[in-house]
Design a protein around this ligand. Structure first.
Ligand code: NAP
Ligand code: ZN
Length: 351
């Protein structure tokens, strides 16, 4: 079935309207009419091939919410009209140890990403949520329990929400723990909200003086402008966990120095260029760890959506039309997004 989409034909091309084909739903497939799709910095990294390996045409988008419009005969979890979500994953082997542990994002045979993943469908790689419709294996479809009026602001939970929730859970963030969130963009602002809702003491680290008040309003107990050495020093050796969401290469040493003994700096940002080699003494002399974390599995993504629905958590969004995506990318590069752009899929109707 032909579907309207927005994508790029090459790394140096702007995004443009295009028609793509979606498969007819198979027995275990869910066809979703997309209402909204969030704009993740990973979309920009991929569409511009900053990580290499991008297949074109590239249609990004992995923060998808919409309504079920058709179902395969074997699907029992969903009904036509259900409000559902799709995140970063649309497939995994479902046989390896990671899949058995509900950690499909670490599938040992390679997960299938919602875009730029291998598929038998034309054109041979997956095409994402900057489109009006998508067909997904029902195992990779999430239930949305938020009020329908919040749907656009729920979309970013499907990547920004789970990418922060999963490491916060894994490293046991909760009451009595002091947590830093570095970079107050799409991921970081969700990290503040979620860590606060988990009961932790949250400190936001930003390079943008203008985000100070916002970070407090989002749930941070304190805000540090990370370029200010005195403000940084005041928190030396005090954090259990610091979650670094920054999308650009930067020194990690100023943050490892803020960890307690046995504290962990968790990297989730994936910059185009590597971070400078960290100072090893900062790690050795206080048994500190630098770790990484990738999105989250399906069960944990559903857990995060339900947690956010219970706590009334959604993203802070700025709605855009598909025609404004390139402009939104330029603003995202200037850290000028408060705090997630979301595409209104209805804007694609005109082509
Ligand atoms: P974003 O909205 O652009 O936010 C990134 C934030 O980093 C900016 O708002 C800014 O915050 C800070 N920042 C940007 N440039 C900086 C610089 N040169 N030095 C210091 N701070 C800087 O991006 P996002 O969508 O949240 O994604 C963040 C990163 O996570 C991207 O690399 C993305 O690909 C990656 N990601 C990873 C996963 C995963 O599973 N690990 C999942 C999704 C995304 P301030 O203005 O507060 O400084
Ligand atoms: Zn993402």
């Amino acid at each position: 079935m032909t579907t309207k989409a927005y994508g790029a034909h090459a790394a140096d091309q702007p995004l443009q309207a295009m028609d793509i084909e979606r498969r007819a739903p198979g027995p275990r497939d869910v066809q979703i009419d997309i209402a909204y799709c969030g704009v993740c910095h990973s979309d920009l990294h991929t569409v511009r091939s900053e990580w290499g390996g991008t297949r074109y045409p590239c249609v990004p988008g992995h923060e998808i919410v919409g309504r079920v419009s058709a179902l395969g005969g074997e699907v029992t979890r969903f009904a036509i009209g259900d409000v559902v979500g799709v995140g970063c994953l649309v497939g995994s082997c479902q046989r390896c140890a990671s899949c058995a542990d509900n950690l499909e994002q670490y599938c040992e045979n390679g997960f299938i990403g919602t875009y730029n993943g291998r598929t038998d469908d034309a054109p041979g790689h997956t095409l994402g949520g900057y489109s009006q419709r998508i067909v997904v294996d029902d195992k990779f479809v999430l239930q949305i329990r938020h009020p329908e009026a919040q749907l656009a602001a729920v979309a970013p939970l499907l990547c920004a929400g789970i990418t922060t929730y999963s490491p916060l859970r894994h490293w046991n963030v909760g009451p009595g723990k002091k947590v830093g969130i570095v970079g107050i963009g799409g991921l970081g602002h969700m990290g503040i909200k979620i860590a606060h809702a988990m009961g932790a003491e949250v400190v936001a680290f930003t390079t943008s003086e203008g985000k100070r008040q916002d970070a407090l309003d989002l749930g941070a107990g304190a805000v540090v402008v990370s370029r200010n050495k005195d403000e940084m020093r005041a928190h030396a050796g005090s954090f259990d966990v610091i979650l670094d969401t920054v999308a650009a290469s930067h020194s990690l040493d100023a943050f490892t120095a803020l960890l307690k003994r046995d504290g962990t700096l968790v990297l989730v940002g994936v910059p185009e260029h590597p971070h400078p080699t960290p100072n090893i003494a900062n790690l050795i002399f206080a048994r500190r760890t630098i770790a990484g974390s990738l999105i989250g599995g399906l069960a944990e993504t559903q857990e995060m959506l339900d947690f956010c629905a219970d706590k009334g958590i959604v993203a802070e969004i700025e709605m855009i039309s598909a025609q404004q995506i390139d402009e939104a990318y330029e603003r995202m590069l200037k850290s000028d997004v408060k705090y997630r752009f979301v595409i209104d899929s209805a804007s694609m109707a005109g082509g």
